[in-house]
Design a protein around this ligand. Structure first.
Ligand code: CA
Length: 241
C-alpha cells in the first residue's frame, strides 16, 4: 500500500486531503512545517509527497532542493493559482507534477495515481507490509524498533504497546526512538537534548526531564510498566532485559 506524505500548513485542507487519501486506501502522514517535512522525507521512504509551497519553517521549493534530485520519492507540488514561477522552479527542482489550489479532489487523486504509477519507489525502499517481523536487523532497516511489547514504526509514525496505539508528539516520538535505538546505554540529558531538540537548541535543559515525564505518563504509567529508568546524576536508560 502506498504511503503518502502530505505537507500542507492549512489544516483544514490537509485534513480533507488526508481523509480522501485514506478513503482510497493509502497510508498517510501529515506535516504542516517545511523543516519537519524535510526530516520526515529524509528519514522515511514515502511513495509520494504532496508538497505545498508556502510553508512555515522552510518553503516547499527549498524542501525540494534540499531533498535533491537523487531522492527517490516523487513530489507533486501544491501551488497557489497563477504562481507560474513556483511551478517552473518546482519542476526544475525535480517535482514530477503540480496541482493548482483550489483543486477538485478527483483531479488530485488522478494525479496521485499517475505519479505513483510512473515513478514507483523501488521495492526495497517502499512499505514494510511484507516484512517478516522478528528479525531485529530487518526490522531496524524498516524503521521498526521494539522494546518488549512496545513497537515504534518510524515509517508509519506509529507507536503501540501490546497492539494498543499510543499518541505521541513529534518530540516525544523522537525521544522514544533515541531510547529504543540505544537500549542499555545510559543517555545523558545533554545527549538527549541534542538528539531530540538539535545541537543548536537554546533553552531550558530540563526540557529533557519534561519529555521523559510525558513519555512515562503515556507509556510506563498507562501500561503499568517500568521502561525509562533514571540513573541518578547521569540521565536515563531503557534496559533490554
Ligand atoms: Ca501554505
Amino acid at each position: 500500500m502506498a504511503h503518502i506524505l502530505i505537507v500542507e500548513d492549512e489544516e483544514k485542507l490537509a485534513r480533507f486531503v488526508e481523509l480522501e487519501l485514506l478513503h482510497e486506501g493509502y497510508e498517510v502522514t501529515k506535516s504542516g512545517d517545511g523543516r519537519e517535512a524535510l526530516e520526515l522525507a529524509t528519514d522515511n521512504s514515502y511513495d509520494l509527497i504532496l508538497l505545498d509551497i508556502m510553508l512555515p519553517g522552510l518553503n516547499g521549493l527549498e524542501v525540494l532542493r534540499r531533498l535533491g534530485r537523487s531522492h527517490p520519492t516523487p513530489v507533486i507540488l501544491l501551488t497557489a493559482r497563477d504562481a507560474v514561477m513556483d511551478k517552473v522552479s518546482g519542476l526544475d527542482a525535480g517535482a514530477v507534477d503540480y496541482i493548482t489550489k483550489p483543486f477538485a479532489i478527483e483531479e488530485l487523486l488522478a494525479r496521485v495515481r499517475v505519479a505513483l504509477k510512473l515513478h514507483p519507489v523501488s521495492d526495497t525502499a517502499s512499505g514494510s507490509n511484507n516484512t517478516a517481523y522478528g528479525d531485529s536487523t530487518s526490522d531496524a532497516q524498516n524503521g521498526v524498533y521494539r522494546w518488549k511489547a512496545l513497537m515504534l514504526d518510524e515509517k508509519k509514525h506509529r507507536v503501540t504497546y501490546d497492539g494498543k496505539e499510543i499518541t505521541l508528539t513529534n518530540r516525544e516520538f523522537e525521544m522514544l526512538k533515541v531510547f529504543l535505538t540505544n537500549q542499555d546505554i545510559v543517555l545523558t540529558r545533554d545527549t538527549l537534548l541534542e538528539r531530540v531538540c538539535g545541537y543548536d537548541y537554546v533553552g531550558e535543559t530540563n526540557i529533557v526531564d519534561v519529555y521523559v515525564r510525558y513519555l512515562r505518563s503515556k507509556i510506563d504509567e498507562a501500561f503499568d510498566i517500568r521502561m525509562i529508568e533514571t540513573v541518578r546524576g547521569v540521565g536515563y536508560v531503557i534496559k533490554s532485559e
